[in-house]
Design a protein around this ligand. Structure first.
Ligand code: MTE
Length: 332
């Protein structure tokens, strides 16, 4: 993603983005770098994260989360699941830093209890849920989803949670509620990068009501059969598998129903790069990154061929209808 430099609106990718992307560029490119010495730095960053991944043990202290395999259409891909060590050390969670390994290193300071999620705005039954009650509101299901980041990488993760629609039905939205906004924790005391100018905090995301109600939209409490580790958005996050990863807000504290389209964090930072919809679409490139292909974290090695990105990240049968008649180049 982007870091703002602040000077005449010019923006450029942080070294942490350049590095992993560059590492996977074609071999000739890498050899060229080697000649210039730039590859040394790139590989050092890569090696650093690999070393961190090797150290990651499944923390026995994370509670198991009993769940049944989901029967929702499209909710379980048969693709190879990303290893836990990779899904938990290669993260975007800017509240804890901008390098991919920062969340795994820094997010231990996040306090996930007590935790409440406030539901407000255009609903008949606004409520403040303690996380313990929210956990029990629906039957926990395991969903094996592809998650595709706008930066060009993807993972396959067994998430645990229930359809967000379960909560939405409970609070009874009013007729004029057209959007659902998600606000996440912004606590300077425990999140070292809150206060930095990277984003306008708190991290905010939103969905149109039909997207929020789509059965694939998962209110997520766990992964790999355990509660979420902090770096993946504990204690509760969203996973919206047909959209770029940044729509899947982590560590949610507020869910608000609105009539107007809410402003979202990345859209505010760079509207021409991050649209409201942000559906995975191999035919619409990000201004600086092609979206036609992707690399699978932990699986595709240094010189592996990238895999083709699928329309709506492979969930077209389940979600395509919601966008019928829309110009997806305009509404990116
Ligand atoms: N949520 C918050 N609160 N802060 C963030 O920086 N990053 C987003 C999203 N949710 C982010 C966030 C981005 S860019 C991605 S790709 C996914 O989280 C990454 O999720 P993962 O680290 O579990 O793979």
């Amino acid at each position: 993603m982007l870091i703002r430099t602040g000077r005449d609106g010019f923006q450029h990718p942080h070294s942490s983005e350049i590095t992993p992307r560059a590492v996977y560029e074609d071999r000739r490119q890498i050899l060229k770098w080697m000649a210039t010495g730039a590859a040394g730095a790139a590989l050092a960053t890569w090696a650093q994260r690999e070393a961190l991944a090797q150290q990651v043990q499944r923390p026995g202290k994370l509670a198991q989360l009993a769940a049944v395999r989901s029967t929702v259409s499209g909710a379980v891909t048969m693709e190879k699941v990303t290893e836990y060590k990779d899904a938990t050390t290669y993260n975007n969670f800017y509240e804890f830093g901008t390098d991919k390994s920062d969340p795994a290193q820094n997010a231990h300071t996040l306090k996930t209890r007590p935790w409440t999620v406030e539901v407000e705005g255009l609903v008949k039954k606004p409520a403040k849920y303690a996380i313990e009650d929210l956990l029990k509101l629906g039957a926990q299901e395991e969903r094996i989803y592809r998650l595709r980041c706008v930066e060009g990488w993807s993972m396959v993760v067994p998430w645990v949670g229930y359809s967000l629609s379960r909560l939405i039905e409970k609070v009874e939205p009013l007729g004029n509620a057209k959007y659902v906004e998600f606000l996440t924790l912004a606590d300077k005391a425990t999140m070292p990068f809150v206060g930095s100018r990277v984003l306008d905090w708190p991290y905010a995301e939103a969905l149109r009501m039909d997207e929020a109600m789509n059965p694939l939209t998962l209110l997520t409490f766990g992964m790999y059969g355990e509660v979420l580790p902090n770096q993946n958005g504990a204690p509760v996050r969203l996973v919206v598998p047909w959209k770029y990863g940044f729509k899947s807000a982590k560590s949610i504290v507020k869910i608000r129903f609105t009539e107007q389209m809410p402003k979202t964090a990345w859209n505010k930072a760079a509207a021409n790069e991050y649209g409201f919809y942000s559906n995975v679409n191999p035919n619409v490139d990000h201004p600086r990154w092609s979206q036609a292909t992707e690399r699978r974290i932990g699986e595709d090695g240094l010189f592996a061929k990238k895999r083709k990105t699928l329309m709506f990240n492979g969930y077209e049968a389940q979600v395509g209808q919601m966008y019928a008649g829309m110009d997806l180049k305009k509404d990116y």
